[in-house]
Structure formats: structure tokens, C-alpha cells
Ligand binder design. Structure first.
Ligand code: PEP
Ligand code: MG
Length: 591
């Protein structure tokens, strides 16, 4: 491959044309040796504090206009903390004692952080998080580190980074980001999921991308093929512009599905819901005509901050989504942390195999204070809409029973003190581990619904880390083992008379849809950007025709054979339908 070409994994489809912007990770390490010139250190600190105050004031002003008073007050609170005399007094005292400005800021702030973070009161703990922010900002100013402002990037920016944490994506303004290229990651990483949701082209796993690209360099990229070209010549640029034009045209075509119901060709009604991470995403769900929320990944409420959101804050978030969805289903998945989703303030222990460790429901049942606060918030919010509660990473029926016990205890307390909630709150399981798949019949008896998480189900069945590119060929949900497992889960759910949905990435794969329909999946949950293509694809299949596909596919032995077969299936579907239509015509004529 020539040096102006980059090749990685196509992790989020789409054509990107723009200019490169390199993101470097901030290194807050500083010189720990004693100060050489005390006065100079004092001056450095005062200058940093002044810049911090000036910048924060102007950011608060901007935030007041773009977001609101409450958000602006957070920044004003930071300003009060940084200029608090006790704090600045201690910093200056430490400098007098011979510390460099960085060390003094770090130590003084840390003493306050320790003090506040040990307190019971939510507000006080929030104070600790605020001081951490202030500390990091002051350190960056002292070290001369400039943050890339992901919220105000120039239009047509192609971001290039080693990796982008899910928490950083909350600052993205989609209209300015033409694409993202990362050195690590796969097509099912959390960044990929978010990029797909935001329709931002993403190429991951590009070896040494950071040392090849130059800041400001023009580039074109294809998030499907995983290829990017730096400083493209005129012909290449014209080709990409043409592809982008076609892509936009195709999107316009899909828009016609906004006005249609989600139905198969045979008229069977299917529920088409959306996956979200924050209440802010509800706007795209409504815009894209999603019919509810099939997966609210609540861990995103816990990210990008420095302490746990308190019960009331969580309640407001869940209520906001429930109210906005106006009686349509809202499946709230309880905290799914661990694995690749780290939340620093929760102090998750370092584990040799985090994906096999204390994650999701396992962590929550061990930390029942935190889980209890979340359950209370969800139960209170259930009074405001059609909320359902979903448990992630279930492996044994005891986990479901424990959650139900906790829920019932809270409900009993709410009955006693007169707090409103939905007494019929459905509680369901995410089926995403081989253990859950194998005991789906047992779990079905304890569950009001199932939702199949094919991202984790695939990684655990195939023993192939979803974030590890070297085994990504194995991690395919088209593998017969995964397909059999999905079919088995659906059968168990159906036999118990509970709805079975699917909320992993497989839910919107066009080649997967006929199989899922045939298995009896009647609820699909996809990112908002995939609602229209999924609805369009579902409309091309009848359950009747999809059974032909299942018959052919489920006897095959490898993922490759299955894929080859499926690519030809659309054609077969059209033929089957012609046949069904002509049989119907004949019937009509004879009647
Ligand atoms: C899944 O595992 O399929 C899923 C939907 O959950 P997540 O991607 O958040 O692990
Ligand atoms: Mg999962």
C-alpha cells in the first residue's frame, strides 16, 4: 500500500472528505524536583489561575446561551472553587515551602478531593469531582497543554487518534466531523457503536496512523472499506465526491420509510426500537421514527464525570426519556460496566480478564448501594411512561431473582411512603452469555422479556474478544454456533410466551434480518441512524419467505458458507414472492 494510503477496519460506514486533525492524549506528568525560584513559581501559579478564571467565565457565558443556567452554574462553581482563599492559600504555602507550582496544585487539590470524596452526602462528593476538574485544568495550563476542543472543531474535520474514549464523544458536533481514524479498535467497539449511531465514518485499527498523518492534511476516507487516502489527487477526490453524492441520494430514498409502519412483506407487524446512551439521543430516535427505546445503555450517564450521578439525577434522566417517548416502550438496562467500560471513580479492581470478571450485574450485586440507587431511580421513573427494566450479562437465574428481590423491597417501601411507580414494571434479561443462552428456558420463567445482545453473545460463544482485531474473523454472528444459539433463545422465549428482541449490532445487518424474522424475533433495537434501513429491509421479507432462508442456512457448516449463501438470497426472496403472489392470484381467480 502506498504511503499516502491507510488501511484499517471499516468500523462505521460512510464517505468522509476533509482535513486531518490529530488528537494527542494529555500527559499530566510534571517535574517533581523542588522549586528553584519560589517567586517565579508563585507567578506561574497566579498566571495559570488568572487564565483559568478568564476562560471559565467566558465558557460559562457561552454555555448559558447554548445550554442553560444550570449548566453555566457548574462552571461558575469551578471558578469559585479555584479562587477559594483556603485553596489558593494552601497552594501558595506549599510553593513557599519549596514545591513547584504543579506539585502544589496537585497536592492541595488532592487533599480536598480526599476529604470530600469520603463524605456520605451526594453534593459533597460532587464537590470532590469538581475539584478534580479544576486540578486537571490548572495542571494543563501550568504544563502548557492545550486540549483539542472536540465541541468546536472546524467543519470537515477528520479526527485521527490512538483511540477515542466513549466519554469524549459526548462533545462531538456531528456536522463538523467528516470522519474518524483510530490506531486501535474494531467494528464492534463502543466507539464504533457511537460513530454508527451518529453516522460518522470510522476506520479503526490503522497501524501507526498518528505517525503517518500530518495535521491539516487533506484526506478522503471510506468507513465501509476501511481505506483512507491522504492528500488525494484530483481523480481520487472526484471519485470520493461522487460516492458521497450517491450516499446522500440513497439516504434521501430511505427517508420515504419515515412515513411507513414497520411491517414485513406479508404484513406482520414488527417493533423497531432504538439503542441510546443518554436522554439527548431521544431527539434522533424521534426524528428517525424509532418506535421506542429497546436499549438504554445507562452506563453512559455515569461516564465523563467524576462521581456517580445521584438517585435524583438518574431519576430525572430516566423520566425525561420515558416522558419523551409518550407511552412507547423504554427498556432501561441497568449499569453495564467493566469489560472495556471503565469508570475511574468506581475504582474497579484491575483484573487479568476484565470481560470475564466482575462486570455488569455481577458488579452491581456486589455493590448493592450503588445498584439500589439506580433501581430506586428507575422504579420512580416508571410512573411516567412505559419503562421496562433489563438486567445485563445474566449468567444464572439467582441473579434475576436477586434483582427482583431488590426491586420488590423498594416497591414495598414506596407503597408504605406513597411514592408512585408502575406496579406492573416488567423485568427482563439480556441474553448475551452462553450460560444464559443454555438456560434460556429457565430464565424465561423468571423474565417478562428477553433481549439478545449479539455483541457479547458472539464474543463469549466464539471466545473472541470483541475489541481484538486479531480474532475478529472468528467473532462473527454468522457463525453456526451463534446462529443456533439465537434460534434456541428465541424458541425458549416463544415457548414461555414472552417477547424476544434483539439489541446487538446483528439486529440491523441486512443479511441477518431474514434469519431473525424466521427465528421469531419480533422486536429489533438498532441505533437511530439504522431505523430506516432496517425498516426498509424488514419490508422486503415475509416470515413465509424467511423460513426458506433458515432451512438453507442452518444446515451449513461455516460462517463463510453461510455468508456466500446469504448474499444470493435477496434474489431468491424476490422469486419466492413472485411465486407466492402468483399462487394467490390463482386462488383469487378460482374463488
Ligand atoms: C450486546 O452485547 O450485544 C449489547 C447490545 O450490549 P453492549 O454492546 O452495550 O455490550
Ligand atoms: Mg453486552
Amino acid at each position: 500500500m502506498s504511503s499516502n494510503k491507510l488501511k484499517g477496519i471499516g468500523a462505521s460506514d460512510g464517505i468522509g472528505i476533509g482535513n486531518i486533525l490529530v488528537i494527542k492524549e494529555a500527559d499530566l506528568n510534571y517535574d517533581k524536583s523542588p522549586a528553584e525560584d519560589i517567586d517565579a513559581e508563585k507567578k506561574r501559579f497566579n498566571k495559570a489561575l488568572k487564565s483559568f478564571a478568564k476562560r471559565t467565565e467566558s465558557e460559562a457565558k457561552k454555555l448559558r446561551n447554548s445550554a442553560g443556567d444550570k449548566e453555566a452554574e457548574i462552571l461558575e462553581g469551578h471558578l469559585l472553587l479555584a479562587t477559594d482563599e483556603t485553596m489558593t492559600g494552601q497552594i501558595l504555602e506549599m510553593i513557599e515551602g519549596g514545591s513547584r507550582a504543579e506539585a502544589a496544585v496537585d497536592r492541595a487539590c488532592n487533599a480536598f478531593i480526599d476529604m470530600f470524596s469520603g463524605m456520605e452526602d451526594d453534593l459533597m462528593r460532587q464537590r470532590a469531582a469538581d475539584i478534580k476538574d479544576v486540578r486537571d485544568e490548572l495542571l494543563k495550563l501550568l504544563l502548557g497543554i492545550k486540549d483539542t476542543d472536540l465541541g468546536s472543531l472546524p467543519p470537515n474535520t477528520i479526527l485521527v487518534a490512538r483511540d477515542i474514549a466513549p466519554s469524549m464523544t459526548s462533545k462531538f458536533k456531528k456536522k463538523n466531523i467528516a470522519g474518524i481514524i483510530t490506531e486501535v479498535g474494531t467494528a464492534t467497539s463502543h466507539l464504533a457503536i457511537i460513530a454508527k449511531a451518529m453516522e460518522i465514518p470510522l476506520i479503526s485499527s490503522v497501524p501507526e496512523a498518528l505517525s503517518i498523518v500530518k495535521d491539516g492534511e487533506p484526506a478522503v476516507m471510506n468507513g465501509k472499506t476501511g481505506i483512507a487516502e491522504l492528500s488525494p489527487d484530483e481523480t481520487t477526490l472526484a471519485e470520493y465526491q461522487e460516492s458521497l453524492r450517491k450516499e446522500l441520494e440513497h439516504k434521501a430514498e430511505l427517508k420515504s420509510f419515515r412515513r411507513k409502519k414497520t411491517k414485513t412483506l406479508g404484513g406482520e407487524r414488527i417493533q423497531l426500537l432504538c439503542n441510546i446512551g443518554t436522554p439527548a439521543e431521544v431527539a434522533s430516535v424521534i426524528k428517525e421514527t424509532g418506535e421506542g427505546i429497546g436499549l438504554f445503555r445507562t452506563e453512559f450517564l455515569f461516564m465523563n464525570r467524576q462521581c456517580e450521578p445521584c438517585e435524583d439525577e438518574q431519576f430525572e434522566a430516566y423520566k425525561e426519556v420515558a416522558v419523551a417517548m409518550k407511552g412507547k416502550p423504554v427498556i432501561i438496562r441497568t449499569l453495564d460496566i467493566g469489560g472495556d467500560k471503565e469508570i475511574p471513580y468506581l475504582d474497579l479492581e484491575k483484573e487479568a480478564n476484565p470481560f470475564l470478571g466482575l462486570r455488569a450485574i455481577r458488579y452491581c450485586l456486589k455493590n448493592d448501594g450503588l445498584y439500589n440507587r439506580q433501581l430506586r431511580a428507575i422504579i420512580r421513573a416508571s410512573a411516567y411512561g412505559n419503562i421496562k427494566l433489563m438486567i445485563p450479562l445474566v449468567t444464572c437465574v439467582e441473579e434475576v431473582r436477586s434483582v427482583k428481590e431488590m426491586v420488590h423491597a423498594i416497591q414495598k417501601e414506596y407503597d408504605e411512603i406513597g411514592v408512585a411507580y408502575n406496579k406492573e414494571l416488567p423485568i427482563g434479561c439480556m441474553i448475551e452469555t452462553p450460560a444464559a443462552a443454555l438456560i434460556a428456558d429457565i430464565l424465561a420463567k423468571e423474565s417478562d422479556f428477553f433481549s439478545i445482545g449479539t455483541n457479547d453473545l458472539t464474543q463469549y460463544i466464539m471466545c473472541a474478544d470483541r475489541g481484538n482485531n486479531s480474532v475478529s474473523n472468528l467473532g462473527s454472528y454468522f457463525h453456526p454456533a451463534v446462529l443456533r444459539s439465537i434460534r434456541q433463545i428465541a424458541r425458549c422465549g416463544k415457548a414461555a410466551g414472552i417477547p424476544v428482541g434483539i439489541c446487538g449490532e446483528a439486529a440491523w445487518n441486512p443479511n441477518m434480518i431474514p434469519l431473525l424474522l424466521s427465528f421469531g424475533i419480533d422486536e429489533f433495537s438498532v441505533s437511530p441512524s439504522k431505523v430506516l434501513p432496517t425498516r426498509a429491509m424488514i419490508s422486503k421479507w415475509s416470515i413465509h419467505a424467511s423460513h426458506y432462508v433458515e432451512d438453507d442456512i442452518m444446515n451449513l457448516e461455516t460462517a463463510e458458507e453461510i455468508l456466500i449463501k446469504l448474499f444470493g438470497e435477496q434474489l431468491r426472496n424476490d422469486l419466492v414472492h413472485e411465486k407466492i403472489k402468483s399462487e394467490q392470484r390463482e386462488l383469487d381467480e378460482t374463488e
